[in-house]
Every structure is written in structure tokens, then in C-alpha cells.
Write a protein that binds this ligand. Structure first.
Ligand SMILES: [Zn+2]
Length: 226
């Protein structure tokens, strides 16, 4: 059973950490467009370099380029049995393109999970966001008990630039951009919502159960309804 998963969720929902964890448990790659871009630039790949030129000019990378990059990544052998996409799609047009890619793959349904957290809780997490004072990595915002960096073991310090106004603006932009995408997916039988306002282990358990359930439901659907 292929596990083709998209994770949606606002900044502070712990999406990246959960995506990584689920991907590792199931032996599928976690694919984030930021990481593919950095890797592609290092390797001198044409599409990634084209995207870098745009970013260097301060422009957003266009849908066509992003879709090309994701299409290439999903065609690699390690993604044959599934993937967890983190940070893509961001727009409905990217979502449509991903549906077309999935049709070509014919590898099972696309499962969309939206990790939701009430705004007050996100503001609390983001305005107390901590980073590692040694390597600069972000601490897991959902794990307030951690005292040291998960990457290098360095001490964690509170970031001071995430004041409430900046945090609220980030959340507003996220909600505005993501609402059409959630509307695009939410009537599908393989769309799920998970409560992200719980301890990380509970969120991981809920994600595990809901994704496996959605994969079973999706596998029984006619292709056109997946
Ligand atoms: Zn560190």
C-alpha cells in the first residue's frame, strides 16, 4: 500500500517534525521543496538553477518551475512506494499539477492531512520559539521540555525577533494562502484533519492512525474519486 501524503499546517504546528517522523517510520522520503532546491543548486541542476536566479532577483519561484522540480523528485526510485510532501503544494494550481503527476504514477491515492492548532496556541508557541545557540537550528516548538538542540546538543535560547505582530502576520498570510487549498481538498474521502494542539507523541499517534485509515479508504475508491 503506497503512502502518498501531503501535510498541511500553519507555522508552529510541528508539521516538519511530524512529517520527518512519519516518513522515517514508514521508510518513505520526506520531501520539502526548500531542501530539493538547495540540493539541486549544489548539483547544478538546470531547473534548480533557474529557480535560484529568480530568488536572487527577489522574485517568487513560479508554479511551473516548482512543479517541474517536484515531478522530478517524485520520479526517483526511493519515492516509488510513497512520500511525505512538506511545503508543497502551496497553491491550488500546484495542487492540480500534483493530481496530474499522481495520475501518471498510478500508485494509489493522495492522502491530505491538515494539522490544525488554535491561533492562541500558535502565537504562544511562535513567540516563545527557541533556537540553538550553537548551530542556529529551530527547536521543535511543540516540545517545550527540551533543553538542548536535537541536531547538535547545543543549548537552546529564545528568539527575540518573533514578536506578536510579526507572528500574527505570518499566521494571517498562511491562512489566506492555504484556505483555497484546503477547500480544494476537503471534500475528498482521503482528506483528514489532525489535532496539533497535543503533545508531539499524541499527534504522531493520531497521524499514524488517520493516514493508514485514509490509505485503506483511498485504495478502495475508483481512480477518478481518489
Ligand atoms: Zn544545534
Amino acid at each position: 500500500m503506497a503512502l502518498n501524503v501531503i501535510m498541511l499546517g500553519p507555522p508552529g504546528a510541528g508539521k516538519g517534525t511530524q512529517a520527518e517522523r512519519f516518513a522515517q517510520t514508514h521508510g518513505v522520503p520526506k520531501i520539502s521543496t526548500g531542501e530539493i532546491l538547495r540540493e539541486g543548486i549544489q548539483q547544478g541542476l538546470a531547473l534548480a538553477l533557474k529557480a535560484k536566479e529568480k530568488m536572487d532577483r527577489g522574485e517568487l519561484v513560479d508554479d511551473e518551475t516548482m512543479i517541474g522540480i517536484v515531478r522530478e523528485r517524485l520520479s526517483r526510485p526511493d519515492a516509488a512506494l510513497g512520500f511525505v510532501l512538506d511545503g508543497f503544494p502551496r497553491t491550488v494550481s500546484q495542487g492540480r499539477a500534483l493530481d496530474a503527476i499522481m495520475e501518471d504514477r498510478a500508485s494509489g491515492p493522495l492522502i491530505v492531512v491538515d494539522i490544525t492548532v488554535p491561533q492562541e496556541e500558535l502565537v504562544r508557541r511562535l513567540s516563545t520559539r527557541r533556537i540553538c545557540s550553537t548551530c542556529g537550528a529551530n527547536a521543535d516548538p511543540t516540545d517545550s521540555a527540551a533543553a538542548t538542540c536535537g541536531q547538535c546538543g547545543g543549548p537552546l535560547v529564545t528568539r527575540t525577533d518573533d514578536n506578536d505582530r510579526v507572528v500574527l502576520e505570518r499566521l494571517r498570510v498562511y491562512a489566506e494562502n492555504t484556505k483555497p487549498l484546503v477547500d480544494y481538498y476537503c471534500s475528498r474521502p482521503t482528506f483528514r484533519t489532525v489535532n496539533g494542539a497535543q503533545p508531539p507523541d499524541r499527534v504522531a499517534e493520531e497521524l499514524e492512525a488517520t493516514i493508514i485509515d485514509a490509505a485503506r479508504v483511498g485504495a478502495g475508491l475508483p481512480l477518478a474519486q481518489r
